[in-house]
Structures are given as C-alpha cells and as structure tokens.
Design a binder for this molecule. Structure first.
Ligand SMILES: [Zn+2]
Ligand SMILES: [Zn+2]
Length: 332
C-alpha cells in the first residue's frame, strides 16, 4: 500500500508498505480521508519524542472496515469508522478508574506510538474506533476526530458558563469547530488571531469580534482557550479574563510561558489549566452533537500525494480551516 512516514527529523517521505493484518481485537480500516493535524507536525519535526521510528502519522482517520481480527463483535466489514488519537488505555490505573482515561500513564496514540492514517490502510483496536454517524460525510467527520474532540474537551475544561463570553486565541482547525459548538450552545465568542483570513472566517461563522493575536478583546471574558502553540499568548489571555474566569491551553505542545504577574494574571481566582487528549466519551458525544448543532468544518482537501505540501502549508498558515487528505473512495 501507499503510505507516508516520518522519523521525526523534519521530513515526511513516501513509502510502500505491506497492508497490515488485524490481530485479535483489531480492525483493518480502508482509509478514505485522513485529517491533517498540527500534532502531525510536532511528530514530523521531533517536537514530540519519537515513540516509533519510522511512523505513519495521521490520527483523524475515516474509512470503512476491510476486515476484523479475532474476537471483534462491535464492527463488521463495510462499517464506516473513525480512528482518533487515543488508541489504548490500561483500564486499571487510578485515572482510568475515575473516568479520566485521557490521563492514563499507559495510554498509546495513533500516528505516534502506532502507525496512523497517512496510508491506504490502518489498524485500530475495535474498542477505540468510533462509529461515524450516517449524516456526517467523510470529509466533515475527519476534522472532528482530533481538532473537534480536543476543542470540545477544551471548551468543557474552560468552564464556560451558559451564555458566557468565550475568547479563542488562534483560529485553525480546532478553534473554528469549537467556536461553532460554543455559539450553537449560546456563547458569545471573541477571536484573537494573527491571520487576517482566519479573522474573516471567524466573523463569517458568527463571532462577535475578531482581533489581532495580542489585542485585548472588547469585553472581559468568562473563559478563554489558547489554541495557538504560543506560550506568549498565556499572559494576555489571562489578563483578558474577568473575575473567576478560566483559561484552558488546548495544545499538546506549547512554547515557553513567560513569567506571569500574580496580580495582573492570576489573582481574583482566575484559573489556568491544560487539556490532555480526550476520553472516548468526549469523542462519542461530539460526533453525536456536531450534526445536531449544525457544525460545518471548513475543509481544504489535498490529494494523497500532497501530504508533505499540506504539512508545509499548515506551518505557513496557508490552510483555511481544516486540511484533509483524500486517500480512498469517499462515502457520499
Ligand atoms: Zn490507565
Ligand atoms: Zn490531532
């Protein structure tokens, strides 16, 4: 099969690989679409330590089940499934036991610990695959599987009160989906981003305001989410919070956070928190909610052969909304 792989040294290269066969509990997926996520860049560039070398990146995979391994009852050949970042948790540790499997120290990830979806076929443990609702086309479902789910968890971690004012710093794939979910649930959204085209998209989607990355929003915020991997944004985002507000940092990787000033940035019970992966429940909830809330990802498609270009475009802010790779036959 055709695939792309990386060894964490800054390049993505084409490879021919054998089609893998599913082991016990696994499902073989014929990939139709794979979303392109900023984390793929962190894997390519070695910002994240290499867990498997070389590895096929990609963890926003939509496709159909080509075959199932021994003991798989949940899926059958031909089912539409999604494969996301989280692909294994131990089920036994303190975090797994209390419903926070996203914090499991023995968790494993698609496109980092195991080969992902920049390929014609990929494997996934059946227990960690998602059913894709019929009303979600492949290219709409793919960006939900990481960008959407992480943003959805970030929104919940940001403790936005009903009808509250939400600040969004950075406006790429994850942010533009999260903004739609928040607005459909009654939030007033203020977007702050360096990219003028992204500010236009934010306003077109219904944001109350859109300013430059380091601008102060026009109102104090109840909650904020930093999506850009930029630690310098933490202080201005905290300063924009009203009393008792919460800032959630959504990225898996963030450049250094400069020194904070306790009075300006944290006092009056402002909270700074991070977001780590997601639980399967987060993902199932978002896949159900997104079509109901009318969430529509703005998608920039790339042919499979242009995966390297897609990643370069992501670095250079040339991607509008979410980039996806078209790999196999699309479901209508
Ligand atoms: Zn665990
Ligand atoms: Zn991702």
């Amino acid at each position: 099969m055709r695939a792309w792989e990386t060894s964490g040294t800054g390049t993505l290269t084409r490879a021919e690989r054998p089609v893998p066969s599913p082991g016990p509990g696994e499902v073989l997926v014929a990939v139709s679409v794979c979303g392109v996520c900023r984390t793929d860049l962190h894997v390519r560039d070695g910002d994240l330590a290499q867990h498997r070398t070389p590895v096929v990146p990609g963890h926003e995979v939509v496709g159909t089940v080509a075959s199932v391994g021994e003991g798989v009852a949940r899926f059958a050949e031909g089912d539409r499934v999604g494969v996301a970042w989280l692909r294994h948790t131990c089920g036994e540790c303190a975090w797994c036991r209390r419903g926070q499997e996203n914090l499991c120290p023995r968790s494993r990830y698609t496109g980092w610990d195991e080969d992902g979806g920049y390929a014609e076929y990929t494997l996934v443990p059946a227990a960690f695959a998602y059913e894709v609702p019929e009303d979600l086309p492949d290219e709409q479902a793919a960006p939900l599987l990481c960008a959407g789910i992480i943003g959805y968890r970030a929104l919940r971690r940001a403790n936005l009160p009903p009808g509250g004012r939400l600040g969004i710093y950075g406006f790429g794939a994850s942010a533009h989906i999260t903004a739609q979910v928040a607005m459909a649930q009654g939030a007033e959204v203020h977007v702050l981003t360096r990219d003028a085209a992204a500010r236009e998209l934010a306003l077109a989607l219904g944001a109350a305001s859109a300013g430059a990355a380091y601008d102060a929003p026009p109102v104090l915020l109840d909650s904020a989410i930093v999506f850009a991997p930029v630690g310098d944004l933490v202080a201005p985002a905290l300063e924009a919070l009203d009393r008792g507000g919460t800032l959630a940092v959504a990225g898996i990787h963030l450049s250094d956070v400069p020194t904070l000033d306790y009075q300006r940035h944290l006092f009056r019970e402002r909270t700074l928190t991070s977001v780590t992966s997601n639980t399967r429940a987060d993902g199932e909830e978002l896949l159900r909610l997104a079509p109901r809330l009318g969430v529509t990802a703005t998608v920039t498609p790339y042919p499979f052969d242009k995966a390297d270009v897609a990643l370069d475009d992501l670095v250079a802010d040339r991607v509008h909304g979410a980039a996806v790779l078209r790999i196999g036959d699309l479901s209508p």
